[in-house]
Design a protein around this ligand. Structure first.
Ligand code: HEM
Length: 499
């Protein structure tokens, strides 16, 4: 009996102490005069994400919308840790571009970066090692290097076109095809070729080991939880290290197979394996040595950052085009004008301005990665506000929410490719590739892959859409943007198709 009384008293005291502690922690922003949405005592403002009810992008959007329209920021908590969500374009530019020195790092990844493939890559590496690594990798993703990759990307078109050709027709003579699955297979083939130096056919069940191993990284509840931890509770990363490493074995093997063959035979293909060989054979800098898993890490991080983002971008763009035949016609005409009978080149692709508009408008509405963040390396006074962001605290930007804010975009929910001309806006204002020195390193490569896919498909097919269903973004729990019920489109062969 005494024991029971003892236990209940201890429990009541512990709960009381926790309550006082939590209340104090969760008053961080109110003590500084910063608004927050209603907050949960344990989870802070991320409860719906942690119980897997809503995707993080959706939770962040709700936090954004909880502020008044002209508020430059709103505070929130992940568990009891205070975070600041920036809502004002000028403030975002100030922090991420002008004051980059104070905000050079992401929260993403663990603090103790021991696992070189999973967490000590360019995605999560901290300054000053980041700057060195970025300066070594950037030249591989621009200019002539991209031109060399174009034929490798084009080689993958054949499998994709054959797949569309063979799509089975259903009873109502339609060939409904789910765009995310379709684009994932295409992008998997492209990345296998340009990054890992191997030819695959992800559309063929017998030849798609690369694709199957790749989607293991992103799919399933275990991987979703893992990504949520890496992005939003990186302090817990040591707990999930074995799961992070799980899919690495396959990619490490094919990476070294390609490297060894290339080195032995001494030929070049114009892909990223050539670049990794260059890095391996250069004089090494002790702050980051290009050897062993550090080499595998570069291509794995390109894969992780690029695969989902590019395939999501292609899927949503095709879907939007299917819903808007009028824009499809304009785009087809533009492709015809620039390409008739000519070989596809990067210079020709760069002349297609409406193609750019279509892609960026689709990315604005459905940014593949809806959230970016930065952490302060020292105390920082937010200009024009007097608010201090303390060392080690983080700021977030909700790309999907800000891109659909009527303050920044007229008729924000509508697909209007020409809006960049009407509104005199630069593409980067839609923030889809991040902003500042740490923005996406693969932007030009990504756009090239997306453009080649769209040009190839539109030159041969028209896209149709016959079910009038709203895109459901809220029921797919993932850090990337997903349509829970899929994105279905039909292909109709053009009579004057260009193979
Ligand atoms: C449509 C496709 C893509 C989108 C929308 C996208 C978007 C983004 C975003 C939002 C960031 C974070 C930027 C920031 O924190 O400011 C990022 C970073 C990054 N992306 Fe992409 N990305 C795409 C394709 C690619 C591709 C194809 C690659 C492969 C090379 C890639 C590699 C990276 C890397 C390595 C980073 C980290 C850069 C650093 O920390 O220095 N991305 N991307």
């Amino acid at each position: 009996m005494n024991y029971l009384i003892y236990c209940s008293t201890a429990l009541i005291i512990s709960l009381g102490l926790f309550y006082i502690y939590a209340k104090y922690k969760l008053s961080y922003w109110s003590r500084r005069g910063v608004k927050t949405p209603p907050t949960h005592l344990l989870f802070g403002n991320f409860k719906d994400c942690f119980i897997l009810k809503k995707p993080p992008g959706g939770v962040m959007r709700e936090i954004y919308n909880n502020a008044d329209p002209d508020d430059p920021y709103i505070g929130f908590y992940i568990f009891h840790k205070p975070m600041l969500l920036l809502r004002d374009h000028d403030l975002i530019k100030q922090v991420m571009i002008t004051d980059f020195e104070i905000f050079p790092n992401r929260r993403f990844g663990s603090k103790n970066q021991r696992d070189s493939i999973g967490l000590d890559s360019i995605l999560s590496i901290k300054q000053p090692r980041w700057k060195y690594l970025r300066s070594k990798l950037s030249p591989f993703l621009t200019g002539q290097k991209l031109k060399n990759m174009l034929p490798l990307i084009e080689e993958c078109n054949q499998h994709m076109l054959r797949f569309i050709e063979n799509l089975s027709i259903n009873k109502s003579s339609q060939n409904n095809c789910e765009m995310k699955d379709f684009s994932s297979r295409y992008v998997s083939d492209v990345i296998a070729s340009i990054a890992f130096g191997i030819n695959t056919n992800s559309f063929d069940e017998k030849m798609n080991a690369f694709w199957k191993n790749g989607i293991k990284i992103f799919q399933g509840i275990k991987r979703t939880i893992m990504f949520i931890i890496i992005f939003f509770i990186p302090e817990w990363c040591p707990l999930i290290e074995p799961f992070i490493k799980e899919p690495v074995k396959y990619f490490r093997e094919i990476f070294w197979d390609s490297m060894n063959i290339r080195e032995k035979m001494g030929y070049k293909k114009g892909d990223l394996i050539d670049c990794m060989l260059m890095l391996k054979n250069e004089k090494q800098n002790p702050s980051y040595r290009f050897e062993g898993d550090n080499l595998v890490a570069q291509l794995s991080s390109f894969y992780i950052a690029g695969f989902e983002a590019v395939s999501t971008a292609i899927a949503f763009t095709l879907y939007h085009l299917a819903c808007h035949p009028e824009h499809q016609v304009t785009l087809y005409d533009e492709i015809q004008i620039h390409l008739s009978e000519k070989k596809l080149t990067v210079d020709l692709i760069n002349k297609m301005s409406f193609l750019d508009c279509v892609i960026f408008e689709s990315l604005r509405l459905h940014p593949p990665l809806p959230i970016v963040d930065r952490t302060a390396v020292r105390d920082y006074k937010l200009p024009g506000t007097g608010l201090i962001i303390e060392k080690d605290n983080s700021i977030y930007v909700s790309i999907n929410a800000i891109n659909q804010d009527p303050k920044y975009f007229f008729n924000p929910y509508d697909f209007i490719p020409s809006r960049t001309e009407i509104e005199n806006k630069k593409f980067y204002e839609s923030l889809v590739f991040g902003i500042g020195p740490r923005s996406c390193i693969g932007q030009r490569l990504a756009l090239l892959i997306i453009k080649v896919a769209l040009i190839t498909i539109l030159s041969n097919y028209t896209l149709c859409y016959e079910t009038d269903k709203k895109i459901n973004l809220n029921d797919a729990i993932h850090v990337f943007t997903y349509a829970a019920d899929g994105l279905y489109v039909q292909f109709k062969k053009r009579h004057n198709a260009r193979e």
